[in-house]
Design a protein around this ligand. Structure first.
Ligand code: FES
Length: 174
């Protein structure tokens, strides 16, 4: 009788030890799996980050497009406080503005919110998108009020013999 009880107790202890070891292994497995998952995730992130670094740098700095030179207007055709629509490059809508201060500026005039046409609002000396009342600074094309978050692409101008030319486009990010 005594022997059987002792045997049974031994069996129980053995099973307890097995369960304990089993549980320990599971915990370790879990820890190792987590660790290896984290290592893999971090490794993949670093690799992806490095692989896309050149593109990120390029996107962060201003990108300037080499384009053809096209004539927009003679200065006399766009007096101070006036604007003129044109297309540049090709069919892209653009707006030339002669500000009240006498500065010539041009932008791609598709609103950076949902692409409605942007106009020059002479009274306020701002660029206005009437769709959702988005406002842009006429001197730099940056959004100043309303939904737009990004600047309008700036068109570079050259003036030769009183003729205004579009010579390039700057897509900016900020
Ligand atoms: S499309 Fe210009 S503000 Fe919405």
């Amino acid at each position: 009788m005594k022997d059987i009880k002792g045997k049974g107790r031994n069996e129980d202890q053995k099973n307890d030890m097995m369960n304990l070891v089993d549980n320990l292994n599971r915990k370790e497995d879990l820890t190792y799996n987590r660790r290896s998952f984290l290592k893999t995730a971090v490794g993949a992130s670093v690799t992806l980050g490095l692989a896309t670094l050149p593109f990120s740098i390029k996107a962060m700095i201003n990108s300037e497009e080499e384009m053809e030179r096209i004539e927009i207007a003679k200065i006399s055709e766009v007096p101070k406080g006036e604007s003129k629509n044109f297309t540049y490059p090709e069919e892209e809508p653009a707006l030339l503005v002669h500000t009240k201060d006498g500065v010539l500026k041009a932008y791609n005039n598709k609103c950076t919110h949902l692409q409605c046409p942007v106009f020059y609002e002479k009274e306020e000396d701002v660029l206005l998108c009437p769709c959702h009342r988005g406002f842009f600074n006429v001197n730099n094309g940056k959004p100043i009020a309303g939904p737009p978050q990004r600047e309008l692409p700036m068109i570079e101008l050259e003036i030769i013999n009183d003729v205004i030319y579009a010579v390039g486009r700057k897509i900016r990010h900020g």
